[in-house]
Design a protein around this ligand. Structure first.
Ligand SMILES: [Zn+2]
Length: 447
């Protein structure tokens, strides 16, 4: 199984400059390749093969005065940038010819110097090396200090160096683990209903409250965003404000991921089989619940469950998203009328009373078990799980989420977990925050 191990790295000033140069060259090669293919298409020529393209935009380009500086960086970095372009094209073609499932993939886009996340990849034949003194030797960059928060289980096959929007550097190693580490088998199996009122509700009745990290940090983010919006475009102060906003967002994301790791590990450790609903997160993300949905981060969590299950010898199953887990009665199997989100508990004509989410979790467990028994014969070992793609350079979401931190809007209203009803006349309106108390988020009356 391929796993990713991420570590913070602390390059010094010279190494940062070298990294910046590599990021830049990788971007130029990527863009040159994209431009060449676009030109070929406009001129009605054939699709440039990977080999031809590499010769054109790397080998031959190095001999021209305009691109001679490509020789200053590791050629593996350049080849990997082109490899990203090739994969992006292949995904796009597979998507338009419907060979690829999931949502449509758009054609590759140009990378920008202003992208807030920059990354380069070194493969084994670039001869990167983890030295005995704990530093990471990168060709044409130097020996970069790494904060080894845990040890690598095996020799890595590649390393991606990432600079994120908050200006932090990371090394993301891909490691092929030779064998899985099965945990001692346990009896219990669990169905999980992911929701907004609770983050997760397990079929054994355990409720995991939604931590809502983004909401909790909302006030700080709002203030930083306001600071940012007052800075003149192109100014140095604006750049600093951008980093501040990015750093605050990064903190939210880190906290969320950390929390999800703990929860998913606990669930996998305590259960032999885990079944979840295959949610359409992209679809939900377009509704008015969008912010809460993104704040929950279900897909990241489900991804963690999937790879941890594969790694620790547990069964993981997704239940079809059109399975009526909510309106089916877990006692008699009757499928009832659709329910509004605000209905938290209901009574089935058979007489049993259900908590909405707990009922759904029980149904998911039953459906997952049935699915799993059906294809047990066909599939003895759990499917191969690739390293989570979150760090890969061409992840479709990475492109949009990092394109512009300045564009992250913090103040979006008009969504609520419960269906919104008009406020009755006798209820007081939302309390106004009094001005003059900046510590509570209000403006000082005079300043
Ligand atoms: Zn019933």
């Amino acid at each position: 199984m391929q796993l990713r191990y991420n570590y913070r790295v602390h390059p010094d000033t010279a190494q940062r400059e070298a990294l910046a140069r590599s990021f830049g060259c990788a971007r130029v090669v990527f863009n040159d390749g994209l431009r060449a293919r676009q030109a070929a298409r406009e001129n009605g020529e054939k699709y440039l093969s990977d080999g031809e393209l590499s010769k054109q935009v790397i080998t031959q380009a190095k001999d021209t005065p305009e691109r001679a500086w490509l020789g200053e960086v590791s050629s593996v970095v350049l080849q990997q940038a082109l490899a990203d372009l090739n994969v992006a094209y292949r995904n796009f073609f597979a998507s338009i010819t419907s060979k690829r499932k999931g949502r449509k993939v758009s054609p590759p886009r140009f990378r920008s110097r202003k992208d807030n996340r920059q990354a380069i990849r070194f493969t084994k034949n670039s001869r990167f090396k983890v030295l005995d003194n704990g530093r990471l030797r990168l060709p044409k960059i130097g020996d970069v200090p790494v904060r080894w928060s845990r040890s690598l289980p095996a020799e890595p096959s590649s390393v991606t160096i990432i600079k994120d929007a908050a200006g932090r550097y990371f090394a993301s190693f891909v490691v092929q683990t030779t064998e899985d580490e099965p945990l001692p088998p346990v009896e219990s199996e669990v169905g999980i209903d992911l929701g907004l009122t609770h983050f997760a509700l397990l079929s054994d009745g355990t409720k995991v409250a939604a931590p809502r990290f983004l909401r909790r940090a909302a006030r700080k983010l709002k203030r930083l965003q306001q600071d940012l919006s007052r800075k003149t475009k192109g100014s140095n102060r604006r750049k600093k404000a951008v980093v501040k906003v990015a750093r605050a967002h990064a903190r939210v994301a880190d906290t969320r991921r950390d929390w999800q790791h703990k929860l998913s590990t606990a669930i996998i450790r305590d259960n032999q089989a885990v079944y979840v609903e295959d949610l359409c997160v992209v679809g939900l993300g377009r509704t008015r619940l969008a912010k809460s949905v993104h704040d929950a981060g279900w897909s990241q969590f489900v991804g963690m469950l999937a790879y941890k299950a594969a790694r620790y010898g547990r069964v993981f199953g997704r239940v079809d998203r059109f399975f009526p887990s909510t309106r089916m009665c877990s006692d008699c199997g009757r499928i009832n009328e659709k329910m509004d989100l605000s209905v938290r508990s209901w009574v089935c004509p058979c007489g049993s009373t259900h908590d909405r989410d707990h009922n759904a979790a029980k149904n998911l467990l039953a459906a997952g078990r049935a699915d799993n028994l059906n294809d047990r014969g066909a599939q003895i070992r759990p499917a191969r799980v690739l390293a989570p793609r979150s760090e890969a350079v061409i992840h479709p979401d990475a492109a949009c989420s990092t394109r512009s931190v300045e564009g992250i809007s913090v103040l979006e209203s008009g969504e609520n977990v419960k269906a919104r009803r008009p406020r009755p006349w006798w209820r007081p309106g939302p309390r106004r925050r009094s001005p003059g108390s900046p510590d509570r988020g209000g403006w000082p009356a005079r300043w």
